[in-house]
Design a protein around this ligand. Structure first.
Ligand SMILES: NC(=O)c1ccc[n+]([C@@H]2O[C@H](COP(=O)([O-])OP(=O)(O)OC[C@H]3O[C@@H](n4cnc5c(N)ncnc54)[C@H](OP(=O)(O)O)[C@@H]3O)[C@@H](O)[C@H]2O)c1
Length: 334
């Protein structure tokens, strides 16, 4: 089989090599990879940014789905022929995130990733993908879909709520689809006229141009002066000030994004006077992924895929992600 590896030296230094197909241990399953999806963190690992740089060569890419082709003698959750969707944080099964469960994310810099023909995972580290989705669609769930699900459920988005979502990246579009399916009114932002008209076709109530419009003022107009009940903060950094400005008094914010940096000067005055609740969001647990699978099946949600590449074109796919002009997810078909 082939496996790709990176030491954090950039996209062009990503190499593949031939390896033995691994043999599953007694509680493990061997999965033949069917599709993968790309996330921004994959670039951070492959380009060796800060703490994401692997100390030694590692197989990158976090999100994938495949078919179980062999099982260990004590496996009970999966049988040969089942599809399996490995989770991103393998030890966060249920309940809140803890120091004991927050380690070894799949896809580097420490734990191995999915960019290989076959992987072994413990049977506890995977769930069944939604039955209505093909492998390309299902591969978008473990990070982007799950983070959006965690954000929307943690902020208790319900029917009639107005939800402001920044941008049209993978997490933002998933959050929009889930919030709309829950009966919320979604306002989305994008700098691109083309992406704004594509977002309108998803059923958002407004798609605003964050470069040329006063987003907080427009949200105020669209909510009769009240402001958004919930903001999904996919950008981060000082964009949090815009989110606070657009929020109604007593509103909730799901803070996800690192695009505008890891620190920021924020109006704590606005946080207080808006009587706001700010939730930091880290992907999600296996139980949350199972809830998302059920929700996507019930609402027949189809993840938005910008483009699909062959596995051999992994470098082109990563360069496309880096260029940042995608609408939804970039996937790889094995
Ligand atoms: N906390 C977690 O567990 C977790 C999980 C997944 C991702 N993340 C983080 O969440 C962020 C989003 O991830 P993603 O995968 O959805 O990213 P992505 O697909 O790369 O999307 C980025 C989008 O952000 C938009 N954008 C950039 N600056 C903006 C601004 N000032 N206002 C509004 N939109 C802006 C761009 O939209 P336009 O081109 O439309 O203008 C771009 O398409 C990243 O920082 C990622 O690292 C965190």
């Amino acid at each position: 089989m082939r496996a790709w590896h990176t030491a954090g030296d950039g996209i062009d230094a990503l190499e593949s090599s031939e390896r033995e197909v691994p043999v599953p241990g007694s509680t493990e399953v061997l999965v033949r990879i069917g599709a993968l999806s790309l996330n921004y963190r994959d670039l951070l690992v492959i380009e060796g940014e800060g703490g994401w740089r692997p100390e030694s060569s590692v197989v990158p890419i976090s999100d994938a789905v495949g078919t179980v082709v062999a099982v260990g003698d004590r496996v009970t959750r999966f049988s040969e022929g089942d599809r399996a969707l490995p989770v991103f944080l393998p030890f966060w099964r249920d309940g809140g995130l803890t120091a004991e469960t927050y380690h070894s994310p799949v896809g580097g810099p420490v734990n191995r990733g999915m960019l290989a023909d076959y992987v072994v995972v413990d049977e506890q580290e995977a769930v069944r993908p939604p039955s209505h989705l093909d492998d390309a669609g299902a591969a978008t769930l473990p990070i982007a879909g799950l983070t959006a699900w965690h954000a929307v459920t943690r902020t208790a988005v319900g029917a009639g709520d107005t939800v402001l979502i920044h941008g049209t990246g993978g997490v933002a579009l998933f959050a929009a689809q889930i919030a709309i399916a829950k009966g919320a009114r979604v306002i989305i932002t994008s700098s691109s006229p083309d992406k704004r008209s594509r977002a309108e076709r998803l059923g958002v109530v407004a798609a605003l141009d964050y470069r040329n419009e006063d987003v907080a003022a427009r949200v105020s107009e669209l909510t009769d002066g009240a402001g958004a009940d919930v903001v999904i903060e996919t950008i981060g950094g000082t964009n949090l000030n815009l989110s606070l400005e657009a929020l109604r008094i007593g509103g909730r914010i799901a803070f996800i994004g690192l695009i505008e940096g890891l620190t920021a000067e924020v109006s704590t005055y606005m946080l207080v006077t808006k009587n706001a609740t700010l939730h930091g969001i880290e992907t999600g647990s296996r139980a949350m992924l199972e809830q998302l699978v059920e929700f996507t099946e019930e609402h027949e949600l189809i993840p938005i895929i910008d483009s699909a590449y062959d596995l051999d074109d992994i470098r082109d796919a990563l360069k496309h992600l880096k260029a940042g002009n995608h609408f939804g997810k970039i996937v790889l078909r094995a």
